[in-house]
Design a protein around this ligand. Sequence first.
Ligand code: CA
Length: 365
Amino acid sequence: MKRRDFLTAAAVGAGTLTLSGCHRPEEKQDGTQVHINKGKKVTLKLATSWPAHFPIMGTGVDAFAKRCSEMSGGTLEIKVFAKNILVPAMQVFDACSAAQIDAFHSGVYYWKGKNLAFSIFGGMPLGLTSEEMITWLKYGGGYELWRELYGKFNLYPLIGGTTGPQMGGWFKKEIKSLADLKGLKMRIPGLGGEVMKKLGVNPVLLPAGEIYTALERGTIDATEWVGPALDSMMGFAKAAPYYYTGWHEPGSILELTFNKARWEKLSEEHKAIITEASKAMTGDMLQEFRYKNAKALAQLPKTVQIKTFPKEMMDAAKKALKEVLAEQSAQSPDFKRVLASYEAFYKLNKPWDDISTKNFLEIRG
Ligand code: CA
């Protein structure tokens, strides 16, 4: 046999072996089941907590679904449903847990009523940035804890994008001291709201559609939302001219969560496609937020005054956050365990971040 013929035969042999390997009983060497797709079409229903094609967050999911279809050669169809079509926006967690839907796209901190610890997977005031959060989840043990705790609800979470740094919110009056916060009514959810409560603010929750009117009529004195790109669309600048820089959502993580039993029945290639498409969605969303925030900031009305909260307020917020974390740790062993993992990564990462990114941004000026 000539060398060239031998190589061809070997290649064909290897090919045959691989191919027959695919069609053997679907079992790994350790005995666990492996699901192979074999070109069968799978359709998954995914409900979101956003209006249809909501900018960046909603369009990010639309692009994710399209990418899954393209990467799978059309064998994986993810049907995206806007909020309240299949299930109410705030019931996607329960509906997915009960297998009424296959997946959902939402914000993790909405589910702190299920388990206090969940809010940490969505980010923390004065804490990790988007890139740091993703690093903690992927490499610092965060994903393992998230999947363990969501597993108890028959759910399997993936990172479903991230907002980058959010702004501190719109205020009708300037905040010159800590005392100026006393008695203010502010729309602010999550741990940021808990911290604000300790600073004398009355945090309120309002659906997106009601925030502008409440601010305009003075039913509330302030609101946070996201950043210039999405805030501009809400028209807050007309009702509250003081726009404060951020501290309470430095890197909020969105979730792309699947019913766990359904996830486990997916073929290996479909699981891989979803996993990779979710990573692409996360990167794209972060970059899209950055670009559109930069652009929208440049186009804010001239009447808007960008402000930074007084140092005494931020010092008080740091102290209040410690109290909130201690209280929630005392209430929930899961919160305490997740917080320990989060803080271990924070401690490991900070010296490197200080001498790399922070130092460079100061040099760059
Ligand atoms: Ca927000």
